[in-house]
Design a protein around this ligand. Structure first.
Ligand SMILES: [Fe+2]
Length: 230
């Protein structure tokens, strides 16, 4: 195995170890681990794809530096070691139906990498995704849903989430969020950049749907002010 593949494999293993230690956090953790176990990853060959950097490298470095929780250090260290081996991509609404109203903040800065998936830089899997997803600070990822059941592991010190309700709830570093198929969810990123591990368990080619909430403009205008002040 070449060094690059060893670093990516170590990163995937660090995520699996964290999930194993938190199997009871919500029903999605066990479902994700069961899917991963069925892949028999140790016996599978790792792919060898050319890395692809991101124009948001500064945000990526800032986000990794903000991962300070001791129980997340192994993942953060492995990600720092492997980040230049990975293929970083942005969602220019290709995960959404044409004309989806995602808002300026999301379009300005969202990026992800797939460790396992159809275009994974670790292992190829046709209908499963495991990767990292990032947003810059002061960003609203508007309410949406999708057919893919989704697990998030929040690595940033704090992010706010809501689930088909107007009220936001803060989630700390290390928290795990399970969004069953078609469950509405939104993420609000305040003072720290958002860095997370995410998994889509199936139906990874199904599009996401934006769900209208009438407070988007208010939240985004407040964030825009913050962005200009910076
Ligand atoms: Fe989602």
């Amino acid at each position: 195995m070449i060094e690059k593949q060893a670093r990516i494999q170590a990163l995937i293993q660090s995520i699996i170890r964290y999930l194993e230690a938190h199997r009871s956090a919500n029903p999605g953790v066990g479902l994700t681990l069961d899917k991963l176990a069925a892949m028999s990853l140790p016996e599978q060959p790792l792919v060898d794809v050319p890395p692809q950097g991101t124009r948001h490298e500064a945000v990526l470095q800032d986000a990794i530096a903000c991962v300070t929780a001791p129980e997340l250090q192994e993942i953060a260290t492995c990600l720092s070691a492997a980040k230049d081996d990975l293929v970083w991509r942005e969602d220019n609404a290709q995960y959404y139906a044409p004309g989806a109203d995602l808002g300026e903040g999301y379009k300005r800065c969202n990026f992800h990498t797939l460790l396992i998936g159809p275009d994974g830089c670790g292992y190829q899997q046709a209908d499963f995704n495991l990767g990292f997803f990032m947003l810059d600070r002061h960003t609203l990822y508007r309410d949406h849903n999708h057919a893919a059941p989704e697990l998030y592991l929040n690595l940033s010190p704090k992010s706010s989430w809501r689930f088909n309700l107007p009220q936001w709830e803060g989630y700390p570093a290390g928290s795990l969020i399970w969004n069953p198929a078609y469950a509405p969810h939104a993420t609000r990123v305040d003072e720290h950049p958002f860095i997370s591990v995410f998994a889509w368990l199936e139906k990874v080619k199904s599009p996401c749907n934006v769900i209208q909430f009438d407070d988007w403009a208010e939240i985004e205008q407040a964030f825009a002010k913050n962005t200009r002040i910076k």
